[in-house]
Design a protein around this ligand. Sequence first.
Ligand SMILES: [Fe+2]
Length: 265
Amino acid sequence: MKILFFGDIDGKIGRTAVAKVLPGWQKKYQPDIIIANADNVTHGRGMNRKHFDYLSDLGVDIFTAGDHTLERKEAEELLNSTDVKVLRPYNLVGDYAGRGEAIFSIRKKKLLMISLLGRVFMDEPTSNPFQAIDSILEKYQAGDYDLVVVDLHAEATSEKHAFAWYVDGRVNAIFGTHTHVQTADERILPKGTAAISDVGFCGASDSVIGVDKKEIINHFLTGKNFVMKIPEYGEAQVNGVLVEFNKNKKAKKIKRLQEKVIIKK
Ligand SMILES: [Fe+2]
């Protein structure tokens, strides 16, 4: 069984780049399930129904969350819909739309998918993701599913490394997201869990992690707020990770994927 995971899809250029790359990856790698992080899909902030439909039609089965998931009002309708496989972060403290974990059935496979936010250098009001994963795994102890997969949307590599060790042998794969930069630390831990600190993103290469570089340089130079201006054309990169599991559900291969495409006007 193979899972293909796309890192944070960022804005129109990211969506278009995924549309160009995904059919080729599907043909080449034959994944059983495709997951994508949807933190930045609609102009960098969350995901609306139109873009959910667009990416679903391309073949994405499940959408995970991040710090921007609940920023747009229209996301609530999507998160509360029972017919979609879209998560919000599980460990947000407070009352929010949607759910942060679910068992999804996809082509005869059952996946317990969990979306968590990290806490180091992150401002969102969250509970401890290490304690959260314990509660979830306890709740689903007798659950009927084939694999458990976690998206830990977090800034710090240390937090993501520690988390991977903490869940080794208890979840089947842990994908780090949020930094938009793919890390070269993909590995299979001793008890069979596939892990990578960050899958990387799908968006504009000629940018600062997806946002117009002039805006961000000016922000660092002057301290002034920046506008979430996302380049629409030029080189885009699509970052993903492919994990293959053997029959006893242990990861047997993990492969980083990156492809660059030119998005023209
Ligand atoms: Fe994020």
